[in-house]
Design a protein around this ligand. Sequence first.
Ligand code: SAH
Ligand code: SF4
Ligand code: F3S
Length: 442
Amino acid sequence: MKNFYLETFGCQMNVVDSEQIVDLLQGIGYVQVGSAEEADLVLLNTCSVRDKAERKVYGHLGRFKPVKDQRPELIIGVGGCVAQQEGERMLEKVPYLDLVFGTHNIHKLPQMVEQVEAKRQRSSATEFLDRDTRLHLFPERTRKESVTRFVTVMQGCDNFCSYCIVPHVRGREISRPSSDILAEITALVAQGVKEVTLLGQNVNSYGINDPDEVSFAELLRRVDAIVGLERLRFATSHPKDLTPELIACFGELSKLCRHIHLPVQCGSDRILQLMNRGYTAADYLAKVEQLRAVCPDIRLTTDIIVGFPRETEADFQQTLDLVKAVGYVDAFTFLYSPRIETAAAKMPDMVSGAEKQDRFDRLVALQQQTSEEIWQTDVGTIQDILVEGESKQGQGQLFGRTTWNRIVNFSGPADLVGSVVPLKITRSFRNSHLGELLNRQD
Ligand code: SAH
Ligand code: SF4
Ligand code: F3S
């Protein structure tokens, strides 16, 4: 028996890719274990979206060196976005590394591992797949008992936001055939899955490059019609591709949750243009208004980058103004990090580290206050919760989520897992709510 240890960093795309890695390795006789010390094969699935994420990979690899010194037969591999970016260079940089596999080469992993086992030959594979071989990007994954699942509907990104490495490490946008997506979700629902999140770097440009494919809104309508599915979400959307047809779905589809993650990045038109985002603050706010017109209690979350090159205090004030105007329930805020190969990395007039941090802290403080105010409005209300499983709080508690994706912990019998139940929200904490089961009428 051979063991493997896998660590995953980065976004949900990597989480899904890691599920495929697990399947493939099990297929060649490997069993997953919880530490590198017990493993014959150690793999890192990596993220390079910011410098910190990339440095983390080298830090982690360093931890495995003493293990390899003791057991030279240990195979160490790196996959994901850092692997894609660095390619063979990584083998030069890290002499004890055996395998480098890029974001389009996961299906080759079994063959690569067997090659290293047999010949002790180091190898890397980081070429992008073309459209004809794209189905390798959307493998069927093994069954896993779960109430919620991610389903990849497209890969890659064509937007080339000037700060972002994703188009460089994930390749061009490729959509998965809608018939495959619907078949996978139907099969998942038959296994007991109640909620799916349609996943892509830029999910609402689904089908744009495929004239024969349905629109993303039509895909949502078809998924919504699958009998037995309770809830539907999608991530991540680009504001410029949020069409009236897609906005209308929030008013029409009963299973579509009343939450959208809509990264704005910045509130200044000048910076948005430098970022190559393709919309102005006013365009964005108009779409938020349209969303609220069809779905008054929809909640929004966002991503914001602070300290983009040439961002002035006045630009930053516009970001604060936009955040106040929208009233996000949550925001993921990032310090700008220059990335290799991106257009912004060559831009002059970087904001100083201290200034960036100061703006970041002010934004986080504003957002925290807004988030808490919104969450407090839930206290005392009754919300439908899809029960997902046992709570991390232990003590026989269960957890589920509101339509707004907020975690609610509560006491209840385990047979509720997989059903939607009304709960009274009794308290709100930083990361979750506490709820109370209403008397069931059974
Ligand atoms: N495809 C998604 C996610 C991209 S990465 C989208 O378009 O929204 C997630 C977030 O990381 C981005 O929304 C952006 O806010 C942030 N990000 C990307 N590149 C960055 C960089 N170079 N520095 C800081 N934050 C960055
Ligand atoms: Fe990056 Fe922009 Fe593509 Fe998102 S839309 S992945 S931020 S290039
Ligand atoms: Fe990171 Fe790659 Fe995702 S760079 S954010 S893991 S697409």
